[in-house]
Design a protein around this ligand. Structure first.
Ligand SMILES: CC(=O)SCCNC(=O)CCNC(=O)[C@H](O)C(C)(C)COP(=O)(O)OP(=O)(O)OC[C@H]1O[C@@H](n2cnc3c(N)ncnc32)[C@H](O)[C@@H]1OP(=O)(O)O
Ligand SMILES: O=C([O-])CC(=O)C(=O)O
Length: 372
């Protein structure tokens, strides 16, 4: 019997179809429900993008108002959830706090085990509404500040920034932040989305699938890279050090976070849009020196390994200049990706098959128990 082919990391394996988004590395394009992500970032609010991912079409004004009303009404966190989150150790990573918050929101939802599309859509909007409050709570706690109540007179991105930073920043910052949310919202069968689909395929509940997806996104080979990028810029110190820093890091066989991608081998389709947003934030926030480090490392990396930046590379420094602490970068990614994850959860349920691949055994041959 010949040994089965092993698809390590499932690289290149097509496991299902999806109507949610298409990543095309040949044309370097990404579409959500058929719309190029760059066009969505330029012309639509993040709330409209969320609606599109969930429903397959952009909303009419009436549909958008209905979704907005539901979302704004659920932005606040229940007091007992706030108490529980504040009881976690101060050293807890904000991704741990967020993962715990999703789990508690699930335990408190009487419809947790209702897997109908309607019930799961209601849960998706509930998490979409609540997650910015959790992210804001974690950042404010790091500075000894109490959570701020949400404002229902502000759009999603503005309110997110207001609750975290304590004020609505310049419209340039709001727009750049909203762009990042749209770019982060969805990316086909990436590791965290696939995780959510694996959990869903067992007929578990949406909150469990999202909790698991948060865990998958935390890793530095996936969403955690946006935080690791900032650590890299701090280690480098200044643009002049970038090349020498990289030579040493590569000699030590380190992975350089924010570079490379499983699917895009000629560059990440989202990077030019986020690089432009970073530029605008840097101009407003005196970020030229950070931009110099960004360019110096990107050039050195291309020269050394022919590897391009992925979305986490411009997003990390952009969030830094907007005023977010590095440990809340990946939680922001969660708040955006909740839209894509939940669209995939309902798609998985609509045509479910248990996800359970096979393995090739490489352990000891069968043997009897022998005791002396
Ligand atoms: C939003 C997102 O999640 S985007 C991804 C964010 N993650 C990161 O930025 C982490 C850094 N990047 C990586 O580790 C990888 O590029 C991944 C995990 C994203 C993709 O990995 P894979 O598709 O498995 O690519 P693979 O690891 O086969 O890379 C091919 C070669 O390039 C090297 N390589 C790829 N990325 C990097 C990197 N960032 N730094 C150094 N070397 C790298 C690999 O070591 C490998 O070299 P080898 O052939 O000598 O072993
Ligand atoms: O697609 C991937 O493997 C990772 C990624 O870029 C994303 O999830 O946005």
């Amino acid at each position: 019997m010949s040994a089965p082919a092993i698809h390590k990391g499932l690289a290149g394996v097509v496991v299902d179809t999806t109507e949610v988004s298409m990543v095309n590395p040949d044309t370097n394009s990404l579409t959500y429900r058929g719309y190029p992500v760059q066009d969505l970032a330029a012309h639509c609010s993040f709330e409209e993008v969320a609606y599109l991912l969930w429903h397959g079409e952009l909303p009419t004004p009436t549909e958008l108002v209905a979704q907005t009303d539901t979302e704004r009404a659920q932005r606040g966190l229940p007091a007992d959830l706030v108490m529980t989150l504040l009881a976690l150790p101060e050293s807890a990573h904000p991704m741990d706090t967020l993962r715990t918050a999703v789990s508690i929101l699930g335990a408190n939802d009487p419809a947790e085990d209702d897997n109908s599309p309607e019930a799961n859509h209601a849960k998706a909007v509930r998490l979409f509404a609540a997650l910015p409050s959790v992210v804001a709570l974690t950042q404010r706690r790091r500075h000894g500040l109490l959570p701020l109540p949400p404002r229902d007179d502000l759009g999603y991105a503005e309110n997110f920034l207001y609750m975290t930073l304590g004020r609505v920043p310049d419209p340039v910052i709001v727009r750049a932040f909203e762009t990042s949310l749209t770019l982060y919202a969805e990316h086909s069968f990436n590791a965290s989305t696939f995780t959510s689909r694996v959990v869903t395929s067992t007929l578990s509940d949406l909150y469990s699938a999202v909790t698991a997806a948060v865990g998958a996104l935390k890793g530095s080979l996936h969403g955690g890279a946006n935080e690791a990028v900032m650590a890299t810029f701090e280690e480098i110190g200044s643009a002049e050090n970038a090349e020498a820093w990289l030579t040493k890091a590569l000699a030590e066989k380190r992975k350089i976070m924010g570079f490379g991608h499983r699917v895009y081998k000629k560059g990440d389709s989202r990077v030019p849009t986020m690089r432009q947003a970073l530029q605008e934030v840097a101009e407003l926030r005196d970020g030229h020196e950070l931009l110099d480090r960004y360019e110096a490392l990107a050039h050195a990396m291309y020269a050394a390994k022919r590897l391009h930046p992925n979305l986490d590379y411009p997003a990390g420094p952009a969030y830094h200049l907007m005023g977010f602490d590095t440990p809340v970068f990946t939680p922001i990614f969660v708040a955006a990706r909740i839209t894509g994850w939940t669209a995939h959860i309902n798609e998985q349920l609509a045509s479910n098959s248990l996800i359970r691949p096979s393995s090739s055994y490489s352990g000891k041959p069968q043997r009897p128990i022998t005791r002396s």
